[in-house]
Design a protein around this ligand. Structure first.
Ligand SMILES: *[C@@H]1O[C@H](CO)[C@@H](O)[C@H](O)[C@H]1NC(C)=O
Ligand SMILES: *[C@@H]1O[C@H](CO)[C@@H](O)[C@H](O)[C@H]1NC(C)=O
Length: 259
């Protein structure tokens, strides 16, 4: 079987006016080694090549687990889940980053942490490149409880490597926060995805959000699928759940396979 990525037609979150972003910081001194200058455009092996086999294996392992628990269609985005968890590992301490990355299937002896993050940076960059035939937007956001003060270093690093923005949120006021987050999703998905985040408990400390918006020219129409068939996804933060949207398309699927 050739390596395959399963893309999620997903809900989107982007920074907007309602939530207050944590202040940007001019200092670019990051602990994680940065890709030197123009590495992404240097001919040769792109940095994401070091991580895609692991993501593929992760996809297959997760798929196996999900189908064992679910009857019906299983719909998830391994790229989104692995990206979010790798991003999260940047904010963890002691053994936790290694445990998160090993949980995704990385062997840190073979692929050091810095290479993994550079791989994700390169993958996100590559997915964002414009294409005449399809529209693909990828993004990450983080909503953190107001009481938590993330380190500036973490905020700088996730922005630099993952293009991710962090916002502070008041999870005690769950109705307002939920409305705000859902509004971002709607904006980012051309109002096609509403009420994506249905509930979270008041003891939520953080919501990790990732979106991949995919629109292929003529492709969706041929498949008789429309974006508005996207069902709300039963995310239950803070546990990251795979999104399973069973009514998407009954006899076709939304997966695009690339190798
Ligand atoms: C990680 O890679 C090293 C070097 O290839 C190998 O010796 C080790 O057994 C691997 N660890 C695991 C858990 O697979
Ligand atoms: C968060 O929301 C709760 C409930 O509306 C409110 O009582 C509290 O003052 C808010 N906290 C902050 C820091 O805004």
């Amino acid at each position: 079987m050739s390596p395959a990525w399963l893309w999620l037609l997903g809900a989107g979150i982007l920074p907007s006016v309602h939530c207050q972003p944590f202040p940007a910081h001019g200092d670019k001194s990051l602990g994680v080694p940065q890709a030197p200058g123009d590495q992404l455009s240097v001919p040769g092996t792109p940095a994401y090549h070091k991580i895609t086999p692991t993501i593929t294996n992760f996809a297959l392992r997760l798929y196996k687990q999900l189908v064992a628990e679910t009857s019906g269609n299983v719909f998830f985005s391994p790229v989104s889940i692995s990206t979010s968890l790798a991003l999260l590992s940047l904010g963890a301490q002691a053994d936790t980053p290694a445990q998160i990355l090993e949980g995704l299937g990385f062997n840190l002896t073979e692929t050091p942490e810095a290479d993994i993050h550079r791989g994700f940076q390169s993958l996100i960059h590559t997915l964002d490149l414009p294409s005449p035939k399809l529209e693909l937007k990828v993004g990450n956001s983080l909503f953190l409880d107001k009481q938590r003060k993330p380190r500036q270093h973490f905020l700088d690093t996730i922005r630099e490597l993952y293009g991710a923005f962090a916002f502070s949120a008041n999870f005690t006021d769950s109705a307002t926060t939920r409305r705000q987050i859902n509004e971002y999703v709607r904006k980012q998905t051309y109002r096609q995805v509403a009420d994506s985040l249905q509930e979270f408990t008041q003891d939520t400390l953080m919501i990790l959000l990732n979106y991949i918006f995919f629109k292929g020219e003529g492709w969706l129409r041929q498949q008789h699928c429309h974006l508005h068939h996207l069902q709300s996804c039963p995310w239950k933060p803070p546990v990251l759940k795979a999104c399973s949207c069973s009514s998407l398309c009954t006899d076709t699927n939304f997966y695009q396979t690339t190798s």
